[in-house]
Design a protein around this ligand. Structure first.
Ligand code: NAG
Ligand code: NAG
Ligand code: NAG
Ligand code: NAG
Ligand code: NAG
Length: 558
């Protein structure tokens, strides 16, 4: 057995083994989503669930337009899903038992689409579903008896260490632009309910008004939760509700709706799992500016800010770095090699529709950014971000688009619709967008390592062995094994997305890999995950696994 280093600089990982014949990074057009995929979450190794506004999308079910659908990653076919309540501008995550739960949504329906029910307190459960094409897979809803405690439009969520969901913020009503103090859902609640089911008020959510919808949040290795909204950040104690105030994001940059930047918890690595958060993009428009005084042509920010969440790091505060271009509504996504993909977004304007003085069509944003960048967390400041060899698309992905890492290791990208409903007469970059693309890393086109089998469940701190195959040309100089929650993509944020590196040893015959699971549920809250093996920059497909017992939340025994 040789001891392997999961932490070797990911920035050099892609340099060697792919050969000059293989294509580089590629956008691939895959097909048509049938509904605008403004929310997306991987719900099985082959299926992605999409949600949209209940409107007049082309995909039909039971004689009306659908607002939910399953995308088949193998066939690129979409099938409609029967959804009862309006899940527009909702959030969600996987629970510890493998069920997906979508939370919150929109109160109103759409003329001519009469079946819709009020979704602001929506709870939509998608049970684990074995059929690879999604046949017979359904969403469970019972809006009269099974719902949130408080109405939430534009909330966000995290799966917490007992496997339940913490649901944060949003608005009680459909707001035209900013959150409104008297209608804001300035509370935290849980599903299944905790603390008597009474939402707990949050001073942070009050203080961060009005640009604080879709607050970004991450469970930390001490079991507390980091949150950022507007230009403010805290660490939240789930048990007591105490909020520790952290430094503001510098330079007046704001990162939550309607001024969306994105945020990500950088990969956690053994033995210390020291947490660092990166936020990129958004805008430095003052949050007292009336929307009518904002222009769709005002540049967003190119600022990324990073904070190390130790006492020393908090004292130092946010460290600023710069993207290659300004982006509002970017997506930040984990790659199994530890790099972060920066993709989508607009160069100018803000999120939302028909609020600024010079909308493009109905879009508050313009100048879509068509070329992704890569961020290498371990490189020195100023040398972390590049787009060398990155492809350029011609499909705008601004407001109401989504992106997710897939179990195959590439990225599925869909959506864009700054309109009330399907509108294809507005300028091209602001039309309702149904084309689905993948963004394929170079390893998709070469022989890849494979995890041939795996345990159904893995216990915290337990060592387990999986059979693997490793292409002959790989020298196994750098082996990385990542445990990944692919997250729930909505409004430039991926609720519960997480990547934890695991210590691993490859056998001398290169046929088995022994892996040590994360030590406790604070490092990876119990629930579904994919294990990716990356050797010398070439990443395998993900092996699905349940972390923990798979029991329904709250889990208490680990
Ligand atoms: C939607 O439901 C919420 C929560 O019950 C309620 O406050 C709101 O008035 C409803 N909205 C509409 C348009 O029915
Ligand atoms: C954060 O925003 C508030 C107003 O919303 C402002 O008073 C404060 O100065 C900002 N902080 C920084 C560091 O820019
Ligand atoms: C599309 O949006 C434009 C700009 O607001 C509007 O004039 C047009 O009526 C809309 N089309 C549809 C079908 O709603
Ligand atoms: C969008 O919908 C709202 C509410 O239905 C309506 O008042 C508004 O005029 C619509 N805007 C456009 C541009 O169609
Ligand atoms: C998972 O737990 C939730 C919340 O209790 C429940 O609604 C759902 O049915 C459970 N799923 C499974 C597969 O047990």
């Amino acid at each position: 057995m040789k001891s392997l280093l999961p932490l070797l600089a990911a920035s050099v990982a892609l340099a060697t083994p792919l050969g000059s014949q293989a294509p580089g990074w590629t956008f691939t057009l895959k097909g048509n989503s049938g509904i605008v995929a403004l929310e997306s979450i991987v719900v099985s190794p082959t299926l992605v669930l999409f949600l949209d506004l209940a409107a007049d999308d082309p995909l039909q079910i039971d004689g009306h337009s659908a607002w939910g659908a399953l995308w088949d990653l193998q066939t690129s076919q979409v099938s409609p899903l029967n959804v009862v309540t309006n899940g527009f501008c909702a959030s969600g995550a996987m629970l510890s038992n493998g069920s997906m739960v979508s939370v919150g949504g929109f109160p109103n329906g759409f003329p001519g689409n009469p079946t819709i029910e009020n979704g602001t307190m929506g709870l939509r459960i998608f049970e684990p579903c074995a059929d690879p094409a999604g046949v017979g897979c359904t969403l469970f809803e019972d809006p009269l008896t099974f719902h949130l405690a408080e109405s939430r439009y534009y909330p966000s969520t995290s799966r917490i260490p007992d496997g339940s969901l913490m649901i944060v913020g949003g608005s009680h009503i459909n707001v035209p632009f900013y959150n409104i103090p008297e209608d804001a859902a300035s509370t935290v609640e849980f599903f299944p309910p905790k603390f008597g089911g009474v939402p707990r008020p949050s001073e942070f959510l009050k203080r961060s008004l009005p640009s604080n919808m879709f607050p970004r949040q991450f469970v930390l290795p001490d079991g507390k939760v980091f949150m950022v909204a507007n230009n403010q950040s805290i660490i939240y104690d789930i048990e007591t509700g105490d909020e520790r105030i952290l430094p503001d994001i510098p330079n007046g940059v704001r990162v939550t709706n309607p001024f969306d930047g994105s945020a990500i918890l950088l990969p956690l690595s053994p033995p210390n799992y020291t947490p660092e958060v990166l936020v990129c993009g958004g805008t430095d428009i003052p949050d007292t500016t009336p929307p009518i005084e904002i222009s769709s042509q005002r540049p967003g920010t190119d600022q990324c800010s990073r904070i190390l969440l130790t006492e020393e790091g908090i004292k130092r505060g946010w460290v600023v770095e710069r993207m290659l271009e300004a982006r509002v509504m970017p997506e930040l996504l984990h790659m199994p090699n530890g790099q972060i993909l920066i993709v989508n977004g607009a160069g100018t304007g803000v999120a939302g529709s028909s609020a600024v003085h010079d909308p493009v069509g109905n879009s508050n944003a313009d100048n879509p950014v068509f070329t992704p960048s890569l961020y290498s967390p371990n490189a020195p400041v100023g040398r972390r971000i590049h787009n060398n060899g990155m492809p350029t698309t011609d499909i705008a992905r601004m407001y109401h688009s989504s992106a997710t890492l897939t179990p195959q290791g590439n990225f599925l990208i869909a959506g864009n619709n700054p309109n009330n409903h399907t509108n294809i007469t507005v300028p091209v970059n602001t039309r309702s967008e149904f084309r689905v693309e993948t963004l394929d890393p170079p390893f998709m086109f070469v022989p890849r390592p494979r995890i041939l089998d795996g345990p159904e469940k893995i216990g915290f701190g337990k060592r387990f062995t999986v059979p693997v195959s490793v292409p002959d040309n790989l020298q196994t100089r750098n082996i990385q094994v990542a445990l990944v929650d692919l997250g729930f993509s909505s409004h430039a944020f991926h609720s519960s997305a997480r990547l934890v590196f695991m210590d691993a040893h490859l056998s001398n015959d290169r046929r088995s890999l022994s892996i040590t699971a994360p030590p406790n549920p604070n490092i990876y809250p119990p629930g579904p995950a994919y294990i990716f093996l990356t050797i010398d920059g070439v990443t395998s497909e993900g092996q699905q696994v349940m972390v923990g017992t798979g029991a329904s939340p709250p889990q208490t025994n680990f």
